[in-house]
Structures are given as C-alpha cells and as structure tokens.
Design a protein around this ligand. Structure first.
Ligand code: NAP
Length: 318
C-alpha cells in the first residue's frame, strides 16, 4: 500500500553529491532519506577506474560509490530504491511523489539528479564503455598516455576536451559530422593551432571495434562521399552533448541555456527549500569532487533553512 512518509531532508539521486548531502544531513541528526531508482553511485557506478578523488589513488567507481553509501548510512541516512516522478511545493512541505505511489514530505528537498551524456548509439559503444569509450576527458584521459585518441563532436566540449586530451595522447583526431564546428571561434582557433590535433570532417562513426577487452578501431563513413574507412585508436571520447535531469519539479526552476539548474552560493534553487547539487547544477566542471562539495553545502544550507522555519513557527506561537 502507498505510504505518506515525513522527513527533514529528502534527497533525490544517490550520486556522490546526494550521498554526501545525506551524510551531512543525517550526521546533523536530521531525518534524511535519499531516493534512488537504481543502485547508489550515479554515473560513477559505471566508471571503471577513478584516480582523481583525493585520498584514493586508484579505486573502481562502484567501490567508491559503495563506500560513500555505507559511510552515509553509518550516520543514519536511509537510502530507498524509489523512482521519483515529481517534486512539488505544498505549503511549507516539499513533496516527492514516487512511481511506487509513495509520497515523501519534508521542509527541504535536495536535487542531485545528475545527468547523462548523449550517446552515439552505434555498435560497440555500450560494450566498450570503460574499456576505451569514455564521456569524460578529465576522468579518463590519463589512462591513454601516448596512444591515439579520437574525439567525436564539434561543439565546445568536443574541441576543448580534445585539446585537453593532447596532454596525454600522441595524437588526437576530432571527428565531426559537418565541415564547420559549432564551438566558439576562439576555441576553434586554439584547436587549429594545436599540432597534435587533426580534424576529420563530414564523418560519422558507424561502429566502435575491439578485441572484446579494449577498443582498437573505429569504422567511419564520410557523409558527403559515402567513403568508408577504419581509424586505429586506443580510445574514443564522445562529446555530442549532455542532458541534465532537471525536469523533475512541477514548478518551473530557473535554469541556464543548457537546462542546468541555477542555484545561489547556498545551492538553493529559485524555489525556497529546494536545493540542487552535482551535475544537474549549472557550474564550470562536473567532477566527483565538486559534487561532493555541493552536497555538503546543500545539506548545511537545508539544516539552516529548517532551523529558520522552526524559529518562524516559535515566533508565530508567541
Ligand atoms: P553541443 O554544443 O550541443 O554540441 C554537440 C556537438 O555534437 C555538435 O557539434 C553536434 O553536431 C554534434 N552531434 C550531436 N549529435 C551527434 C551525433 N549523433 N553524432 C555526431 N555528432 C553529433 O554540446 P557540448 O559541446 O556538450 O556543449 C553543451 C553546452 O555546454 C553548450 O552550450 C556549450 O557552449 C557549453 N560548453 C561550454 C564550454 C565553454 O564555454 N568553455 C565548454 C563545454 C561546453 P552539429 O554541430 O552538426 O549539430
């Protein structure tokens, strides 16, 4: 039977931001629940190896996720497997309505719903994700030192990340489906001046190939001539866009042009009592480290928000 449950803080999404918010919320003795439709970890749960989270020189994404979840649970965070369909405002309550029919109520909600890269959807992409197919240059670039790296896309992310990858790769090919980049001119100029970068124009990836353990080549097709070719590579980074999961609230939230949620320095969104942290939030970088920082701030801000509500109630009674 569907239940109506009451908490101090509801966190939507158990990625690093959400789990950190959960740890801080629960540790502050607030009744805190984190609702997650899959297993805890968010994107890191599918990350083969993490080597840029301080204190852990090498750790698998799934192990780090488990450690974060266990750590937060030790302080009393409740993690529930629930798919949140909608978050809305009901007076002083912020409400999460779940696919199960359960309703969670609290004065505060922290959205840590993350986002997902847009996939190429070609054969081999899923199979080799984490084995040479990546969607994060900062996370994975260093694994491909002195190898030939391919980047797919023609926007700011593809070109900027392509330049970043020249620190590691012996050569970086940027494969774009048109003959003009979408990236800003200044970024284009820098990339054109970079001797390690070569552009492959008017070309799409038809498949990602390997030996079962690791990527070894791309099958390409020139969309103008129809010519097919094979490019030998050690890794391919796909940057054809990223979709933040920011459409969960009934009331409109302020967002940037890319659909990322705008917050203030307390991680509070344009709706009072609703906070956001991690990849769903508008910010410069999308890393585990800053999601964790956001989660900390969001939980502490939520605590202060609840205290202010109590003070208001006491003042009204007096
Ligand atoms: P984007 O600007 O939407 O560019 C996506 C690129 O991928 C486009 O070149 C597009 O080609 C290509 N593409 C899309 N679907 C494809 C497919 N199925 N197969 C092959 N190519 C495909 O995305 P983004 O580069 O991730 O940037 C997202 C937002 O973040 C933008 O607003 C961007 O300005 C911002 N951003 C800013 C910076 C910065 O300012 N330093 C850095 C990174 C991102 P077409 O051009 O043919 O459509």
């Amino acid at each position: 039977m569907a239940e109506d449950k009451r908490y101090d803080i509801i966190i939507v999404g158990a990625g690093p931001g959400g789990l950190t918010a959960g740890l801080y919320g629960a540790r502050a003795n607030l009744k805190t629940v984190c609702l997650e439709k899959y297993l805890p970890g968010g994107q890191i749960a599918n990350t083969e190896e993490v080597e840029d989270y301080p204190g852990f020189e090498h750790i698998s994404g799934s192990e780090l996720a488990m450690k974060m979840a266990d750590h937060a649970k030790k302080f009393g965070l409740q993690i529930e497997m629930e798919e949140v369909e909608e978050v809305y405002v009901d007076g002083d309550d912020r409400v999460a309505r779940c696919a199960s029919g359960n309703i969670y109520r609290a004065p505060t909600v922290i959205l840590s719903t993350g986002g997902s890269p847009i996939f190429l959807n070609v054969p081999g992409e899923k199979e080799y994700t984490g084995k040479g197919v990546s969607y994060c240059a900062i996370c994975d670039g260093a694994f491909f030192r002195d190898q030939v790296i391919a980047v797919v896309g023609g926007g700011d992310a593809a070109v900027e990340e392509g330049m970043f990858l020249t620190k590691f790769g012996s050569k970086v090919y940027i494969i774009h489906r048109r003959d003009k980049l979408r990236a800003q001119k200044i970024i284009q100029q820098r990339a054109f001046a970079n001797e390690k970068i070569e552009f492959i124009w008017d070309t799409v990836v038809e498949s990602i190939n390997g030996d079962g353990n690791k990527v070894s080549s791309l099958s390409l097709k020139n969309v103008k001539t129809g010519e097919k070719s094979t490019l030998d590579i050690g890794a391919v980074f796909v940057f054809i866009g990223f979709r933040p999961n920011s459409n969960i609230t009934r009331e409109a939230l302020r967002k940037d042009q890319g659909g990322y949620i705008l917050t203030d320095e307390k991680m509070e969104t344009s709706i009072k009592g609703i906070f956001a942290c991690g990849d769903v939030r508008s910010q410069l970088v999308r890393q585990i480290t800053n999601a964790v920082g956001d989660g900390t701030t969001a939980a502490v801000a939520a605590e202060k928000y609840i205290e202010a509500l109590h003070d208001k109630d006491i003042a009204n009674v007096k």
